[in-house]
Design a protein around this ligand. Structure first.
Ligand SMILES: Cc1cc2nc3c(=O)[nH]c(=O)nc-3n(C[C@H](O)[C@H](O)[C@H](O)COP(=O)(O)OP(=O)(O)OC[C@H]3O[C@@H](n4cnc5c(N)ncnc54)[C@H](O)[C@@H]3O)c2cc1C
Length: 355
């Protein structure tokens, strides 16, 4: 059986981002790489959105970028600007196409459907398939989004809605998220932060229909794309071996308080690429411990007091948007952290230290 210097398990966001980073930095000129990916075809299956607080390789896969956004709770709306850190949406279809076209040019890169097809004994492995143990206490961000096309111009495509809490909460945390790509197309998602202990919040289609028709008051539209997913708001089991590193969701690249993962994956890929010659001894790349600690408290509050969360998110954005964006994107300094922390209900957060 064939042997390779490197193996990437999972050719999704993290696996392909890493392969691309290695390829464009000429790290695969005299090294071989096997990518293990069971899917039979690549097509658009996700929209990755984030505040652009760092550079990445996929500006040409951006579907749309915004410099204004809103957040709202019943009867209150906050209009905010994000001029320094625009919010971007990457189209996964364009991302897969760009990377796969580039990787095809290098004979040292091969794709397989299953790891049993190769000899992996002497390779260095980058694994992006998470090992998730079911635990009813775990929190998830689960969601369903549809891209719709309206018959007439309806949306203001200069401004997106980050969170609209003016909806049924059902004892959890629930909001809608609207990304207007043009005046007559938008991605509208229903998003829940919960333990997902039963299927009772998964009547996504009727939630979205009701929101579009009765809340936004849009009647003439059609659905042109749909995506659904669940992001773990806990770290999957991490088994570090001498010749193995986990990447992507499996590698703890999700910011647990927000679910944002894409840009962390890009930074992790750059880190691995920089250290590839001595990767077995490189320090583990992880989201700063400060954010891990603060997110643990935040999720403790969310779990115990879901009814407080719309107000908490709304208040958080009463700080300067630049500060909040830096905080949510792991780029804030101590004073910026403090300005966010001081906006939070103190007794509730102190209690959460002991959960
Ligand atoms: C629908 C959706 C929307 C999201 N939107 C955002 C967003 O807007 N912003 C953001 O920052 N994050 C977002 N996320 C979170 C995160 O960015 C994505 O989940 C991202 O795809 C994670 O990358 P990954 O490589 O870890 O996992 P994936 O992209 O899921 O890649 C894992 C790959 O492993 C393959 N695989 C599965 N089993 C095996 C196996 N046994 N052997 C080999 N390969 C296997 C899969 O086919 C897949 O291609 C979203 C997640 C989902 C599900």
């Amino acid at each position: 059986m064939k042997e390779f210097d490197y193996i990437i398990i999972g050719g999704g966001c993290a696996g392909l981002s890493l392969a691309y980073e290695l390829e464009i930095n000429e790290k695969l000129k005299d090294k071989t790489l096997a990518i293990i990916e069971p899917r039979t075809e690549y097509k658009k299956d996700k929209t990755w959105s984030f505040w652009k607080v760092a550079t990445h390789n996929f500006d040409d896969c951006i579907k749309k970028s915004w410099k204004n956004f809103t957040i709202n709770i019943p009867k209150k709306t906050n209009h905010l600007e994000c001029l320094s850190y625009p919010y971007q949406s990457v189209d996964s279809g364009l991302f897969y196409e760009k990377i796969n076209n580039k990787l095809k040019e290098n004979k040292n890169i091969s794709f397989f459907k299953d790891i049993s097809e190769i000899n992996s004994k002497n390779s260095f492995i980058f694994n992006s398939v998470p090992s998730i143990k079911r635990d009813h206490r775990n929190l998830w961000q689960h969601f369903c989004g549809v891209e719709i096309e309206s018959q007439n111009n309806f949306f203001d495509d200069e401004i997106f809605n980050l969170m609209d809490f003016d909806c049924d909460q059902r004892g959890s945390v629930h909001f809608f998220y609207t990304l207007p790509y043009s005046k007559n197309t938008a991605l509208i998602e229903t998003t829940w932060l919960s333990r997902m202990s039963d299927g009772s919040q998964k009547d996504y289609d009727s939630q979205i229909k009701n929101y579009i028709e009765n809340h936004l008051k849009l009647k003439n539209y059609k659905i042109i794309y749909k995506e659904e997913g669940a992001i773990p708001l806990f770290y999957p089991t991490y088994e570090k071996g001498g010749n193995k590193i986990n990447i992507g969701t499996a590698g703890g690249m999700t910011r647990l308080s927000t679910g944002y993962t894409f840009l962390n994956i890009q930074e992790h890929s750059k880190y691995i690429c920089k250290n590839i010659e001595n990767i077995s001894n490189a320090k583990k790349f992880e989201i700063d411990k400060k954010y891990q600690f603060l997110d643990h408290i935040f999720l403790g509050v969310l779990d115990k007091n879901p009814e407080m969360m719309p107000e908490i998110f709304f208040k958080m954005f009463k700080s300067s948007p630049k500060t909040v964006i830096k905080f949510l994107s792991n780029k804030s300094n101590f004073l910026e952290d403090l300005s966010i922390i001081l906006k939070m209900p103190k007794i509730t957060f102190i209690k959460a230290l002991f959960y």
